[in-house]
Design a protein around this ligand. Structure first.
Ligand code: SF4
Ligand code: SF4
Length: 471
């Protein structure tokens, strides 16, 4: 008789949900050295975000993405579309720096400086100020709607909206000069796109930091998903010391836990109550943990009150925790990332240092390949975009080569440009067709910087003549 092979039903279970319903988290406020560090990082970051937009540099905003004029000002450096390679270098270096920091210190970026963490912290501070600490907020959540609830909730949302609006204005102020943007907004003559983008960033800030909070870290942030592959056994993580803490349990103050068969964890749940993502660090390393170290502060305070040594929850590494080994700082992956960063910074600095102080882009007239003049000459028209990339006025002379000797250039042949200025100049080349050896001539335009005689910038183009003139 054949025996039936045991099977397991693998059909999708309707009860399994990919997105679990959100349980509102009301984190308890906490004091401690990491909270001080978080405050310093968060308010320092916020001050930089707001303050840098107001810094002037040589009469213009120091940091400005001038999209209408297609240039990016980074204090003394003007980046043009032609220099996008510099921006690419910068982004690659930033990505490698983030990888290196993650290998070394885990999610330290998430816990201290990520804008989602910083703005959520500011919103929670407003909430705490208006509605009280965790227990008061939880009571308010459960209470019936009365005047107390209405005014506190209204004030809280107005506070959130004010911070969101400020964020939206400052953010747009990095794309439209903030010293012109704010008066324009106050006088109602800002343009529609500025209003739209301010609206979008205000709404995004209000929703992300006010309503979504930890959901962004858990479901939307790609960095949170892939960073675990960068961890190694020496990466700094925040962890609960199981060996020391277990068995957990309540006990009277001053009682030696060993006499009761207990570890150092008194099971007070404070580490859970302060957690902005609502997890229990004692369950091990979890995807939801943003490494904010609030649980370390909470547990250290408890340990101090109990008269125990701090560090039941602490920064450590897998190696240190499991094998009592020292964390190895110099490890191949970290050395590799650091070397790559140093090389890339060197290459970027070299590119900036050797960047010519002017630029030249040539666009042929798209309306006509060539024109025949009344005296039988052939004319080609070009638009020469001449840029001054330096921080001083430059006198730039324009010329051309690889054309027969008698070719004439009809437009302006020299121009003085202010720092960061770009000018479009229409030029016409005029040639007797008998001098041309071909109906298409590959030639070059040149920009020569008078203040910097070694600099000669070439931009290739072509001169066309009717086919019949070809020899
Ligand atoms: S705060 Fe410390 S003692 Fe309290 S439950 Fe958490 S780990 Fe245990
Ligand atoms: S477990 Fe600790 S470090 Fe991780 S998010 Fe919660 S409080 Fe922050």
């Amino acid at each position: 008789m054949s025996e039936k092979i045991p099977t397991q039903d693998q059909s999708p279970d309707a009860s399994v949900q990919l997105y679990s319903k959100r349980v509102k988290i009301q984190p308890r406020s906490i004091r401690g050295r990491f909270e001080n560090l978080r405050n310093f990082a968060a308010y320092g970051f916020l001050s930089l975000f707001i303050g840098v937009a107001w810094i002037q540099w040589h009469g213009r905003q120091g940091l400005l993405f001038d999209l209408p004029h297609r240039r990016f000002y980074l204090f003394g450096l003007t980046i043009w579309p032609q220099d996008l390679i510099l921006l690419a270098w910068f982004l690659i270096i930033a990505a490698f720096a983030l990888f290196a920091v993650t290998v070394f210190a885990g999610r330290i970026w998430c816990g201290y400086t990520c804008p989602q963490t910083v703005w959520t912290k500011i919103f929670i501070t407003i909430e705490h100020f208006i509605e009280g600490d965790r227990n008061a907020r939880m009571r308010l959540d459960k209470s019936d709607t009365d005047w107390n609830k209405v005014w506190r909730r209204t004030l809280k949302h107005l506070g959130w909206l004010a911070v969101s609006l400020l964020t939206g204005i400052v953010f747009v102020g990095y794309f439209a000069p903030i010293r012109e943007l704010i008066p324009a907004l106050l006088h109602g003559n800002a343009n529609v796109s500025e209003w739209v983008w301010i609206g979008i960033f205000t709404a995004a800030t209000y929703l992300n930091a006010g309503w979504m909070r930890e959901q962004i870290c858990m479901y939307a942030c790609p960095y949170g998903r892939f960073q675990s592959v960068m961890f190694d056994r020496d990466t700094l993580i925040i962890s609960y010391d199981h060996a020391r803490g277990e068995p957990r349990g309540a006990r009277k103050h001053g009682v030696d836990p060993q006499t009761q068969g207990l570890g150092d964890c008194i099971d007070c749940l404070l580490c859970v109550q302060v957690c902005p993502t609502g997890i229990d660090i004692r369950d091990g390393l979890q995807l939801e943990c943003i490494a904010c170290a609030a649980c370390i502060d909470a547990c250290d305070n408890v340990m101090e009150q109990m008269g125990y040594a701090p560090g039941l929850v602490r920064y450590t590494s897998e190696n240190a925790l499991e094998h009592g080994q020292h964390t190895h700082i110099l490890r191949p992956r970290l050395i590799g990332y650091s070397a790559a960063i140093i090389i890339m910074i060197g290459l970027m600095v070299y590119s900036i240092a050797t960047r010519p102080p002017a630029g030249l882009d040539v666009i042929r007239d798209r309306n006509a390949l060539y024109r025949e003049t009344s005296d039988g000459d052939i004319e080609n028209s070009y638009i020469l975009n001449v840029m001054n990339k330096s921080q001083r006025p430059e006198h730039i002379e324009l010329s051309f080569t690889h054309m027969p000797q008698g070719t004439k250039m009809e437009g302006r042949q020299d121009v003085v440009l202010q720092p960061g200025e770009m000018r479009s100049i229409t030029e016409t080349l005029d040639e007797n067709p008998d001098e041309l050896k071909d109906s298409e001539v590959h030639m070059d335009f040149h920009a020569h910087v008078e203040e910097d005689p070694d600099v000669d910038i070439d931009s290739p183009s072509r001169f066309f003549a009717p086919y019949s003139h070809r020899n």
